[in-house]
Design a protein around this ligand. Structure first.
Ligand code: PAF
Length: 295
């Protein structure tokens, strides 16, 4: 276990690792009582620069940064990658120590979901389409754990990446509809130099698949070029995107979607600001990406 976690040294050594739900809440209460503004970065660990950009923003805007590092079982359906999802807590702690995060909250599943746990946060509308169609139980799991994390950490602000665009809209809707006193900030997608959106799941790709995965960003770039060039017919844009994606021999499209940036409802004709979203399987790895086109 990384040295940064030795109990009692939290003044000198950051981040301080908290594994106990009650302890995290107690500490957060004490921080709020001191008037501290708490920034939460919810993650499932396996941190990359995308997560770190969120933690850096939290560091700049808040007095205290809590990064949660928890692979949430309830957002994975049977047969998905819960068991093989990378768990790299020591490396995550080292990265977070470099940017001065204050706390890492890494609870056990049995502490988050003790025997008898029987609650579920279900958001309608925006959670039903796209990822909701392909992963019908996913957003119930996300909304439930995110609300728990907000409550445990007493977060004033929570930071999410645009990469999971639909997730951010679902969380925002939960906050609006349930009057949750946490402000949501969405920060831009961080990409590899060749354009692939950073994701903990990229490590599942073979080197050949890694090259093929570039078609997601290329298709989104083409969509943006067409929209900016005046194309309004979504089907024409989908056809151009499909032609690019099909250059990758192992690519299978789950969806291509042009939608309203907030409700995500599909648009047959592009009007005003839109978001273009994609889910593509490259071999056995399912990747998502998106692009906001503002006009
Ligand atoms: O985006 C993620 O990593 C997860 O869905 C989140 C928000 C940490 C909830 O488990």
């Amino acid at each position: 276990m990384a040295e940064a976690n030795v109990a009692g040294n939290e003044e000198e050594l950051k981040p301080y690792l908290v594994v106990d739900v009650k302890e995290m809440s107690k500490r957060a209460d004490a921080l709020r009582a001191q008037g501290k503004r708490i920034g939460l970065v919810p993650t499932m660990g396996a941190l990359h620069l995308g997560h770190l950009s969120l933690a850096i923003a939290a560091k700049n805007e808040c007095d205290v940064v809590i990064v949660s590092d928890f692979v949430n079982p309830t957002q994975f359906a049977p047969g998905e990658d819960y068991d093989k999802y990378p768990r790299t807590l020591d490396a995550d702690l080292t990265l977070l120590s470099q940017i001065g995060a204050d706390y890492v909250f890494a609870p056990k599943p049995s502490d988050m979901y003790p025997d008898g746990f029987d609650a579920k946060v279900h958001i309608g509308g925006v959670s039903q389409l796209l990822e909701g169609e392909f992963r019908p139980t996913h957003f119930d799991g996300v909304a439930t754990v995110v609300l728990k994390l907000f409550n445990i950490s007493r977060a004033n602000v929570a930071y999410f990446g645009q990469k999971d665009y639909q997730q951010v809209q679902v969380v925002q809707k939960m906050v609006d509809d349930l009057n949750v006193p946490t402000t949501i900030e969405m920060l831009p997608i961080i990409r590899e130099p060749d354009g692939l959106a950073m994701s903990s799941r990229n490590q599942y790709l073979s080197s050949e698949e890694r090259k093929e995965a570039l078609v997601l960003n290329e298709a989104l770039a083409e969509a943006e070029t067409l929209i900016r060039g005046g194309e309004r017919d979504a089907n024409v844009i989908y056809a151009a995107m499909r032609a690019i994606i099909e250059r990758a021999p192992s690519a299978k499209i789950d969806y291509m979607h042009i939608g309203d940036p907030k409700s995500l409802l599909p648009l047959e004709r592009v009007a005003g600001n839109v978001v273009v979203l994609l889910a593509v399987r490259i071999g056995a790895t399912r990747l998502i990406d998106n692009r906001i086109v503002e006009r």
